[in-house]
Design a protein around this ligand. Structure first.
Ligand code: G3P
Ligand code: CA
Length: 336
């Protein structure tokens, strides 16, 4: 009897370990809970924590260079207002696409901020890295790939990259093919097929289809594709069963917001999980929701804590991976 119980315990714990090992931890903008998002420092920290993939949001400069920034504006993480006060557009924003790489390299990067009513910079997450301390810079997509590949060589690791084309339609309107440039860079660095440790992601439905139908065949590539989606009417058709079926013919996965899986106003004990994950899984697609943050202000009320939120998504919903600002706590939760 004792042996039977021991056997069962070993079997259960082995299965649990196997499940945790399969889950994908994506360092969202690097270890952005600890260091300014998308800086090389944040990426190195995420690497050292052991994330499976490191995310890059990618935009293009005036001189066609790819840089790693979340917005196609510079005015929420840099001192562009102070260094180039005359370069804003009529809407008051400083567009990356209006600056050369050399100009962008003169900027200092800080923790993300907003501008309050008094015109002062206020950190979006007050308990994170302080504003305007130490020195951080914008870097190119290629420099980040070289960092990850360099660390893979020096540590013997095999960490992947997870680039997002940011506002590709806007770039196309401005005469720049952002997705094509990203794919060309990926090809140059050896990411060419579905065995490569890379996922290409975008929020734009038409763009993901164009990448699949036109760009990848033209470049003789076949990498994994993820359709990002958010709580917006734009995605109403694609999240129907028919929409997901059509998507599954070219996408390997979806990246929905947390609120598309469990409504943000759900109550603990009555979670009302939507069909999105089960429908996507039934069609063979992976599901990597965003964004998992430890701050109470960024955690839905139905979760008691960050770990409770992870427990709900990994163990009750059954997602395949998460985008997290805190890869260390996510890996620890998974027992890694
Ligand atoms: O790409 C997944 C997640 O990063 C989407 O949100 O706005 O942080 O790019 P965002
Ligand atoms: Ca992103």
């Amino acid at each position: 009897m004792k042996q039977l119980i021991l056997g069962l315990i070993i079997m259960i714990s082995t299965t649990a370990t196997a499940i945790s090992q399969d889950k994908v931890v994506i360092a969202h903008r690097g270890a952005s809970g600890y260091l300014p998002e998308h800086t090389i420092a944040a990426k190195a920290m995420a690497y050292a924590m052991g994330a499976d993939y490191i995310e890059q949001d990618v935009v293009m400069t005036k001189d066609d260079q790819l840089v790693v920034l979340h917005d196609h504006y510079l005015d929420r993480v840099t001192d562009v207002q102070e260094k180039f006060p005359d370069r804003k557009r009529e809407d008051g924003r400083y567009y990356v696409i209006d600056f050369t790489l050399d100009e962008i390299r003169t900027l200092d990067v800080s923790e993300r901020y907003r501008i309050n009513d008094d015109g002062k910079k206020v950190p979006v997450f007050p308990d994170r890295f302080p504003l305007n301390k130490s020195r951080f810079k914008v870097h190119t997509f290629e420099e980040e790939i070289e960092l990850v590949q360099g660390l893979n060589k020096s540590t013997g690791g095999d960490i992947g990259i997870y680039p997002e084309a940011k506002s590709p339609a806007f770039h196309l309107q401005e005469g720049k093919d952002l997705s094509k440039a990203i794919l060309l860079a990926l090809k140059e660095y050896g990411y060419r097929d579905k065995n490569s440790k890379v996922y290409y992601q975008t929020f734009e439905i038409e763009e993901l289809k164009r990448v699949h139908d036109d760009l990848l065949p033209a470049l003789a590539m076949n990498i994994k594709l993820v359709q990002l989606m958010g709580e917006d009417d734009y995605y109403d058709d694609i999240i129907t069963r028919e929409g997901l079926k059509a998507l599954s013919e070219y996408a390997d996965g979806i990246g929905p917001s947390i609120g598309m899986i469990i409504p943000n106003d759900a109550q603990a004990g009555a979670l009302e999980i939507t069909n999105l994950v089960s429908d996507a899984h039934a069609l063979g697609m992976e599901v990597h929701p965003y964004t998992f943050r430890q701050e109470r202000m960024a955690t839905p009320q139905y979760a008691k804590s960050y770990e409770d939120l992870l427990d709900i998504f990994f163990n009750q919903v059954g997602v395949d991976g998460v985008f997290s600002d805190f890869p260390d706590r996510t890996l620890k939760f998974l027992g890694r």
